[in-house]
Design a protein around this ligand. Structure first.
Ligand code: ATP
Ligand code: MG
Length: 303
C-alpha cells in the first residue's frame, strides 16, 4: 500500500504539525487530527514512513474511545471523511482511516502520564532521587518493576526540548485542586481499564500519556489514546521471559530499533533510509498489535 509521509490539504488551515500527526483547523469549533505514516526512533523522525501505520494507530485510538464508552467524555465527532464538512470531504481519499474530526478544546498544559511500571524517565528519576515526580517509592526497586497501584506522574508540555516531570502539587497550584484531581482520577481510570483489557489479550501497556481538554467547563479526553506512539507496549510473553532482571523489548519499535543498531549511525546526524523489508516488518508489527488488542482485522487498511 501507498505510504503517507506528509499531508498538504488545500483549503484547510494547518494548526499544528507534530512528529507523526498533522492537525488542521476545520472551523472555530473543530480540528482534524491526521495520523501520517511517519515513525520516530531514538528521538528522530525516520526518512521513510511505515505504510499504514497512521491508519492502524488511528483505528486503535478509536477502539479505545469506543471501549471507554460513556464512562469518559471525549473529543470524537466523526471518523468517516465522507461525512465531514466539505472542506475535508474533498480530501477523503487521503484521509480515509487515518483522520478524526474532533471537538476543539483548550488543552490543559500537562501531559497526564500514568505508569504501571518503572522505566524510562520514571526510572531515571527514581534512580537519582528515590522518587518519581515527587512521589516517594520503596527503596531497592529494580528497573521495570511493576508499580501497584499505577502512578500518576504529570509533566509539562515543553514547547522545546524534553517535557519536564512535575509534582501533583504543581498541577494543583496551576489548575486548582478539583480540576487536578479530576485529571488524575480520570487518567488512572482510563489507564487501568484499558491496560486490563490489553493484558487479557497478551499485551502489557507499561505506561501511557494522555491529554485532556476543556470545553465550556467540561473535561474531554483528547489527542490520541493508548497507541504505541503514546505508550510503551510489551508483549506479555516477552515480559514473562525478561522480567524481573532484564529489559523486555518494545513490542512495536523494536524491529526498527534493532535494524538501526546494526547501522553505522551516531544517532545525532540524520538517520539512514529504512529498507523496505524493515518497513514491512514494522507494519506487520503494528497490525499484529491492533489485531491482538481488538480481536479483528484493521478497518480501512487495504493491501
Ligand atoms: N481535541 C483537541 N483540541 C485541541 N487540541 C488538540 C486536541 N487533540 C489534540 N490536540 C493537540 O494537537 C496536537 C497534536 O500534536 P502531536 O501530538 O501530533 O505533536 P506534538 O505533541 O507537538 O509532538 P509529538 O509528535 O512529540 O507528540 C497537540 O498539541 C495536542 O494537544
Ligand atoms: Mg503529542
Amino acid at each position: 500500500m501507498q505510504a503517507l509521509a506528509t499531508t498538504q490539504l488545500d483549503g484547510l488551515k494547518p494548526f499544528h504539525r507534530g512528529k507523526v500527526r498533522d492537525v488542521y483547523e476545520v472551523d472555530a469549533d473543530h480540528l482534524l487530527l491526521v495520523a501520517t505514516d511517519r515513525i520516530s526512533a531514538f528521538d528522530h523522525i525516520l526518512p521513510d514512513p511505515v505504510p499504514g501505520k497512521g491508519i492502524v494507530l488511528t483505528q486503535l485510538s478509536l477502539f479505545w474511545f469506543a471501549y471507554l464508552g460513556s464512562s469518559i467524555q471525549h473529543q470524537v465527532v466523526e471518523t468517516d471523511p465522507n461525512s465531514m464538512p466539505a472542506s475535508v470531504r474533498r480530501h477523503a481519499d487521503v484521509l480515509r482511516g487515518r483522520s478524526v474530526l474532533v471537538k476543539r478544546t483548550q488543552v490543559y498544559p500537562f501531559e497526564c502520564i500514568v505508569r504501571g511500571f518503572l522505566l524510562g524517565s520514571g526510572w531515571k528519576d527514581y534512580s537519582a532521587t528515590g522518587k518519581v515526580c515527587g512521589i516517594n517509592l520503596d527503596a531497592g526497586l529494580k528497573k521495570n518493576a511493576a508499580l501497584r497501584p499505577p502512578l500518576f506522574t504529570p509533566s509539562t508540555k515543553a514547547k522545546e526540548g524534553h517535557d519536564e516531570n512535575v509534582s501533583f502539587a504543581r498541577m494543583e497550584s496551576e489548575l486548582g485542586s478539583a480540576r487536578a484531581a479530576e485529571l488524575r482520577d480520570q487518567s488512572l481510570f482510563v489507564y487501568s481499564r484499558c491496560a486490563d483489557h490489553a493484558k487479557s489479550r497478551g499485551i502489557i501497556i507499561c505506561d501511557t500519556k494522555l491529554e485532556w481538554g476543556n470545553l465550556n467547563g467540561r473535561t474531554l479526553l483528547v489527542d490520541e489514546v493508548l497507541t504505541p506512539d503514546s505508550s510503551r507496549f510489551w508483549k506479555a510473553d516477552d515480559a514473562a521471559r525478561y522480567l524481573p532482571d532484564g529489559d523486555p523489548p518494545s513490542y512495536d519499535k523494536q524491529v526498527v530499533r534493532n535494524w538501526l543498531e546494526t547501522q553505522p549511525w551516531d544517532k545525532q546526524s540524520p538517520p539512514p533510509r529504512i529498507p523496505t523489508d524493515v518497513q514491512a516488518l514494522a507494519q506487520a508489527r503494528y497490525v499484529e498489535i491492533y489485531e491482538t488488542i481488538v480481536g479483528r482485522p484493521v478497518p480501512e487498511l487495504r493491501g
